[in-house]
Structure formats: C-alpha cells, structure tokens
Design a protein around this ligand. Structure first.
Ligand code: DGY
Length: 332
C-alpha cells in the first residue's frame, strides 16, 4: 500500500498483519494459504474474491476492502449471502480517470500514435510540413460545428469528464444509463444549467452512437454490460468519432472494434482497458491498429490518487474491524 499508507496498519498493535510483499498481483496459491483466519482482507481489482477464497478464509471474515472503484472481481451474491461487508474506493480516483479520458480522446483523435512513431523511428526528416499531413479530428467545437459527447455510464467519472469538456465548447451531452435506474430529469437539467450546455439527455444506444462526436465508456464491468459496444453500436457511430474506454475491457467487443478501426467505421479509439488484460501481446488486433491508442490500465495511476485510494481502502477495513460504518461501502 506504499510507505505513506502502511503506517496506518503497521502502527496498530491490536492488528496482526499478513502481507503480500511484492508490488504485483498477489499469487492465488499464496492468498488461499494465507487468508485463513483473517478478519479483514484488502484486495486489488486483479484478485478474484469468490466462494473458494471465503471458504479458505473461514467464517470469522468480516470485511473485504478493495482498492478500486470497480468490484466486478468480487462475487457480490456470495459476499452478501455470507453477510460480509464490502468497502471500495469511489470519488478519490474520478479526477485522475477523467484526466486520462481526455488524454485518450485527444491522442486517438489527433493521430498521436502514428505521428509519434514517425519521430521515434527517426523518420521525421522524410516528412516536411504539409497542409493535411498527420491531420486528425478536433476534439473541441469549431466555428462551424458544435460537439456532442456521449457517455455509456453516467456516474462520478463521467461527470468529471464532462466538466473537462466544457472549455472545449461542448454543447450537448447524451448518456446511456442502467435500464433499471429511474430517469434523472431534474439532475440532468441542473447539470445542463451548471455547465451552460444546451442539453443533457438520456438516450438509447443507437441514438448515442449516431449522434456523439466522442463516446466515453465508463460503466461498471460484469455480465450486464458485456459488449455494450459491439458491431451494431460501432456501425452506427460517425466515421469522424472517437471511442474511449476507461472502465472494463469487457464492455467493448475487441474483434468488432478492430474491424471498425480497420474498415474506418470510426476515426480512432483510446483504450485504458482491454478484455484479457494484462495478457495483451503486441500482435493483438487492437494493438496493431494505428488509430488505436492503448495504455495498460493506468486510469487511476497518479501517485496522489493511489495514496488516496490506499488510504480509503485501509480506513474501510479498519472501520469494519471496529464495527463502525465504513467511509465508502457497497450496499447490497
Ligand atoms: C478501479 O478502481 O476499478 C480501476 O479500474 C483500477 O484503478
């Protein structure tokens, strides 16, 4: 958890600590062997938390605290059945992830990958400046065309991303929300007024795909959202539009996206997450696409944010151990 945060645990002489010492995902076998007898466990989003782990831990386990906002790695049915509490780290990472959403939208739209390769490979001398050389698509509104942003998932990170797009001159915001959630018309009107937008509107997937100049995928992972962005969605997007995914790889059908990029159904894509990560090789169909910018799940990877996430994860665990309300808990 880092030198800033570890003292919160180490200075407690009423707590026995069992630590995975390496700065990489915890080995499953080690985890199953060492979790036995734990009152609380602090995990990362790469650690599968399922009935096998609960059985290995034993019935005294009171809380699972994940250092992530997403919890699709946790068997929620099983954890609620066992009446184990679940802590997570919302809010503290919204700004860092929103920042990277804008970075990916700009990089994908402005052909960063292709143009940087020219420099990195020493080929710049072959390209003198020319009017349309390396031209991409503009993220901001222009004098003649207003911009619309579409969000798949409209929670805290989407709101933080929307706020960053206001100085880019966005006038319309569309979003796709969980079908079981109630319409939020008053909230949408307030958001539109706050940001001087002409509209904030919940729409269906077809409308969002066809109307947005940039689409941000920011909904939770899991079976309910798998392949929300597939061939049908991508076919409906504007050929000038950019897709950004900073949530979970499973929301986007990788094969369909690779086809969409290859056949120019859309302009480009910026991905912080890909299905199958971290086992994504250099010959992965998306990594091979020149208009696809892929970074290795670094959305929340700023030192400031990771310290805040680790602090919150520890405080969640300590509160639950003490029988107190956690600062950030998932309610079932
Ligand atoms: C999360 O918190 O869910 C991220 O994906 C990891 O930073």
């Amino acid at each position: 958890m880092g030198p800033e945060v570890m003292p919160l645990l180490e200075n407690r002489n009423d707590i026995d600590l069992v630590l995975w010492q390496q700065d990489c995902a915890c080995d499953r076998k080690w985890f199953l062997e060492n979790v036995q007898g734990a009152t609380a466990i602090i995990v990362m989003f790469g650690d599968k938390v399922d009935s096998e782990l609960f059985e290995a831990a034993g019935p005294q386990l009171r809380v699972v605290s994940t250092m992530s906002v997403g919890y699709d790695h946790i068997d929620v049915k099983e954890i609620s059945k066992r009446k184990i509490k679940l802590g997570y780290t919302p809010d503290v990472l919204s700004d860092a992830v929103a920042d990277i959403c804008i970075m990916l939208a700009l990089m994908a739209g402005r052909n960063a990958r292709e143009s940087m390769a020219v420099v990195n490979e020493g080929k710049w001398p072959n390209y003198s400046w020319a009017p349309f050389l390396f031209c991409g698509r503009q993220l901001s509104s222009t004098a003649t065309s207003q911009r619309t942003v579409g969000f798949i998932g409209f929670g805290r990170i989407a709101h933080a991303t929307l706020a960053r797009l206001i100085p880019f001159g966005y006038t319309h915001c569309l979003y796709l929300a969980n079908p079981s959630s109630a319409p939020a018309t008053a909230r949408d009107a307030a958001l539109a007024a706050q940001h001087h937008l002409q509209s904030v509107q919940r729409v269906d997937a077809d409308t969002l795909a066809a109307t947005s100049d940039v689409v941000f995928v920011l909904a939770p992972g899991g079976a309910a959202t798998e392949h929300l962005v597939g061939a049908r969605f991508l076919r409906r997007m504007k050929p000038t539009a950019v897709l950004v995914n900073a949530s979970r790889g499973t929301l986007v059908d990788s094969d369909a996206l690779a086809t969409a990029l290859r056949e120019r159904w859309i302009w480009g894509a910026g991905l912080d997450v890909v299905t199958g990560e971290p086992n994504i090789a250099a010959d992965h169909p998306l990594v091979k696409e020149p208009r696809c910018v892929v970074v290795p799940h670094i959305g929340s990877a700023t030192i400031e944010t990771r310290i805040d996430m680790a602090t919150l994860a520890v405080n969640n665990a300590l509160a639950a151990i003490a029988g107190e309300a956690m600062p950030a808990s998932v309610e079932f």
